[in-house]
Write a protein that binds this ligand. Structure first.
Ligand SMILES: *Cc1c(COP(=O)(O)O)cnc(C)c1O
Length: 423
């Protein structure tokens, strides 16, 4: 559910015609709907109304500080995976006691930053990381809240690049070893406070059963820990709930909620969720301008001014994004490849897709681009990253300026002649 729709022939974000926005910002531009963001947050919040919980939006899905602020003002926390994301979240007004820190490769300076910021907990992914956090916390004379991320060996039935809970994946620790690590921490790691158990099995999951299977494993671990006298307070379920891009029918948060509540019945823990895509995916579109149309002997190409550097998902995962004309001219549909300007054959936004015929100078909206869109964008081909806009009712605000050419060279310098060492 989202608030992008045609009003008459004009495609609108909430009450604002997209054409009005691009007249000011140019293209390519990401446009987000604040009302949709809030609606998604509330749907999640409502699904768990009956239980103590913390919704920690996964910053990597869309890390613009205005997006983060929207969730912070709804009372949400954050799931971060780097010092940069922690910095962003704090700038957006996040409550550090609602921040959880995930990721397999936290550096020492990042762990220190997390401890100094007094975040709620680190989701730990290896025995070595657990020891590193303990020794850094000892040096700072702090106690680190910790959950061990369990690898439950559950197949999330999603794209292999975004599946994270299988034994062959780099993420988490297998349950038996995790139990030994908790026991070890209690005996020897004095600056570790084992307050939670964590699990995240992957992304764009469109069925309930993988979540239920993972939950059964984590539940077992929580109970085993109790048997050892280690009473964890938090059960972090991770993120991963899928959205509708094409024909998927992902479970509604309410149904997901029912399954989770059933699986955690009587456990007496505070639940933590780390939804990313489900919060922002359908709350954003990428708008691009048609530069040229081109007829090959095998295919029709629509060449647009947004490429794989702006939206990597089609190239990276072969993902589907619906494409709609910003002005409905009632033209007949033809099959096209919508391709970007990047010098790679993998640079496409849509392949063999039926869309109404378009002409140069017209605009297309690439749907469901709010998650892993801008946040995965790059400067490849020395292209400035796109502008970002937040729409709220009848208003819109530029929440990120388009990069300019001098931004692209920031930090670079020519080799200085006559010096052998950089002092
Ligand atoms: C990416 C990620 C999430 C968010 O995943 P979505 O599929 O966007 O909900 C949550 N937790 C962790 C640890 C992640 O890596």
């Amino acid at each position: 559910m989202h608030y992008f729709a045609y009003k008459g022939k004009r495609f609108c974000a909430e009450s604002v015609p997209v054409e009005e926005i691009i007249a000011e910002t140019g293209t390519p531009v990401y446009i987000y709907s604040e009302k949709t963001l809030k609606r998604h947050y509330k749907a999640f919040d409502k699904a768990f109304a009956k239980t103590p919980k913390l919704i920690c939006y996964s910053v990597k899905a869309n890390s613009n500080i205005a997006v983060l602020r929207t969730f912070a003002s709804e009372g949400g926390g954050f799931d971060i995976v780097s010092a940069g994301e922690l910095y962003r979240a704090l700038k957006a007004g996040a409550d550090p006691s609602k921040i959880v820190y995930s990721g397999v490769g936290k550096r020492e300076d990042e762990i220190e930053y997390g401890l100094r910021s007094r975040i709620l907990m680190f989701n730990v992914e290896s025995p070595q990381e657990l020891r590193a956090i303990d020794s850094i916390a000892a040096r700072l004379r702090k106690k680190a809240g910790v959950a061990i991320r369990v690898n439950p060996n559950v197949d999330p039935k999603t794209h292999p690049y975004i599946s994270t809970g299988l034994k062959k994946n780099k993420f988490g620790i297998e349950a038996e070893e995790a139990l030994r690590e908790y026991v070890h921490a209690r005996a020897h790691l004095k600056n570790i406070d084992p307050i939670g158990v964590d699990c995240h099995i992957g992304s764009q999951i469109t069925e309930i059963s993988p979540f239920v299977d993972a939950l059964a494993k984590t539940r077992e671990l929580v109970l085993s820990l109790r048997g050892e006298g280690i009473a964890v307070k938090y059960l972090d379920m991770g993120g991963g709930l899928g959205i509708n891009y094409d024909k998927e029918e992902p479970p509604h948060p309410t149904r997901y909620g029912e399954a989770v509540l059933e699986g955690t019945k009587g456990l007496g823990v505070t639940l933590i969720f780390e939804p990313g895509r489900a919060m922002v995916g359908n709350a954003g579109i990428l708008v691009t301008r048609v530069l040229y149309t081109k007829k090959g002997s095998m295919k029709n190409f629509v060449i647009v001014d947004a490429g794989m550097n702006d939206l990597a998902r089609p190239s990276l995962y072969g993902s589907y994004h619906a494409v709609k004309p910003v002005r409905d001219k009632g033209r007949e549909e033809i099959s096209v490849d919508v391709a970007g300007p990047i010098c790679e054959s993998g640079d496409f936004l849509a392949k063999d897709r039926l869309i109404p015929a378009v002409e140069p100078g017209e605009f297309l909206a690439v749907m469901s681009a709010g998650a892993y869109g801008f946040s995965m964008s790059s400067n490849y081909n020395t292209r400035p990253r796109a502008a970002e806009v937040m729409v709220s009712g009848k208003e819109f605000h530029v929440i990120r300026q388009r990069e300019n050419l001098s931004d692209l060279l920031r930090g670079e310098q020519l080799v200085r002649q006559g010096r052998r060492k950089n002092r």
